[in-house]
Design a protein around this ligand. Sequence first.
Ligand code: GRF
Length: 194
Amino acid sequence: MLVSGSGTNLAALIDAVGSDPGFGATITVVISDRLGIKAIDRAADAGLPVEVVPFRGGRKAFTKAICRAATAHQAEALVLAGFMRILGPEAIRAFPDRIINIHPSLLPSFPGASAVAEALGYGVTLTGVSVHFVDNNVDHGPIIAQRAVPVLPEDTKESLHARIQWEEHELYPQVIKAFANGRLRVDGRRVSWE
Ligand code: GRF
């Protein structure tokens, strides 16, 4: 798992892996690009190995360092949850159709790091969460699953993000379980569940 922040999705996945004998995957390592984040504490509390790979030497060197850290722990896929760095094409080549990200909007609306604030500012009445394979463009790869979340008149960025995250914590483990059990087929931009 690749993280940069609070790690609530990591916590949801740790719970799912630990409570479901049919989950089909384990978290071999939690990789962060920074120190001092809650996600690292959550990983350590769960007894998971943690690697900190700081961003240095440019995107290519960083991407290679991330892939090395993952491979050293026998990771077969990269699951991104709040990871705030863009991976280079070296990662897509090393893990083809095996990098998954979660994004707090209904893509292709509001890609990028300010999705919740932008949806609120735009005035949409429906936003949500997208889980997608990662390709060479940001928040762009084939969409695996989406859930809609209504925007309420009194919403702030925080209240809206909290309701989006509630959906994320349910959806992400379901998607990763399906992926781990070989149930996802990618055909161009379309992903089917078997
Ligand atoms: C989530 O909302 C995710 O969609 C976005 O970053 C946030 C990460 O939250 N990419 P957390 O670190 O899992 O709590």
